[in-house]
Design a protein around this ligand. Structure first.
Ligand code: MN
Ligand code: MN
Length: 308
């Protein structure tokens, strides 16, 4: 039998890593031999979570050539590691917009407009009457907390809340305390080079008028980043050129107050942001009240505008 790799997206976040671990356990349970992988270096929140629930880091896979694989928490080729051949795709478990996967044979494709891939995986266990082990419950709960910013992101559904409660009971952890420690770990910038800050949670999108990139940094201490605005903007300008983008945005998301600060690195970005969000830019920063979700509140609006 062929070993299957279960892998999340590049610039992995907590949801994509715990979904790979929980997904692999699930596929092993249903008789498909698999192992979890990560598509890049882990952020501090994810490291905290793995450490907290005493789970080791999945192996790093930067090239899928030759592997049969399951995609979790993404489906876009742009977000996958190199070497992806969709004829070897076994399954997709995801909560992002569809971006045109084609296969020659039917595959398991599970996608829901819900707060996290972790939520979907918990449902899949229960649908198959598979018990969720204590550790996996903790990991899945962390994936939900991370992606929904503890149920505050507009991507959150009632199901995310209910399933998180059930998982918290199994894992015997307090959701508020776990979330607080996760966000604290995520907000710790000490010793992280600026290049990593701008690219750790970064995605590229295609529109009819050109490609744009968008990086996000979720934090409980936005001022720490705002204070380093000039350095960040310089690094972003370099990245924009290197990645050959027409626009590059970077948002500092205030997890607690539920707002974003959009850093505008040039006239193109300022102009587009003004048209899409109608906000006022002040010294290169546009304050976006109530906006915390790139997936639901930012990218669709930019794409709508650019694809008109
Ligand atoms: Mn993700
Ligand atoms: Mn996710």
């Amino acid at each position: 039998m062929n070993m299957i790799v279960v892998i999340g997206h590049r610039n992995p976040d907590t949801d994509s890593v715990v979904a790979a671990i929980a997904g692999s356990y699930f596929f092993n349970k249903i008789g498909k031999e698999s192992r979890p992988a990560r598509a890049g270096e882990l952020n501090r929140e994810t490291k905290f979570v793995l450490n907290f629930f005493e789970e080791k880091e999945p192996e790093l896979i930067k090239d899928l050539t030759g592997w049969n694989f399951v995609l979790v928490d993404h489906n876009s080729v742009k977000e996958s590691v190199e070497g992806r051949d969709d004829q070897k795709l076994v399954a997709v478990i995801d909560h992002h917009y569809l971006s045109g996967i084609q296969t020659k044979i039917p595959i398991l494709y599970r996608s829901e407009p819900i707060g996290s891939t972790s939520t979907i995986l918990a449902k899949m266990y229960w649908e198959r009457k598979i018990d969720i082990p204590v550790k996996i419950a903790g990991l899945l709960l962390s994936g939900i907390i991370s992606d929904t910013l503890k149920f505050n992101s507009p991507t959150t559904t009632d199901e995310d809340r209910q399933i998180a409660e059930r998982l918290a009971q199994i894992a015997n952890v307090d959701i508020d305390r776990l979330a607080e420690e996760m966000f604290e770990a995520k907000s710790n910038l000490d010793g992280i080079p600026i290049e990593e800050v701008i690219s750790q949670d970064y995605k590229v999108f295609e529109s009819l008028k050109g490609m744009f990139g968008m990086g996000v940094w979720e934090t409980v201490k936005p001022e720490v980043l705002i204070d380093q605005k000039e350095k960040i903007i310089t690094a972003l300008r370099e990245k924009k050129e290197k990645d050959k983008l027409k626009w590059l945005f970077f948002a500092v998301v205030d997890i607690l107050k539920q707002n974003s600060y959009l850093l505008l690195i040039g006239d193109e970005e300022g102009d587009l942001a003004q048209r899409v969000f109608a906000g006022q830019a002040d010294q290169g920063i546009m304050f976006l009240p109530g906006i915390v979700s790139r997936k639901k509140q930012v990218v669709p609006r930019i794409l709508d505008y650019l694809n008109k």
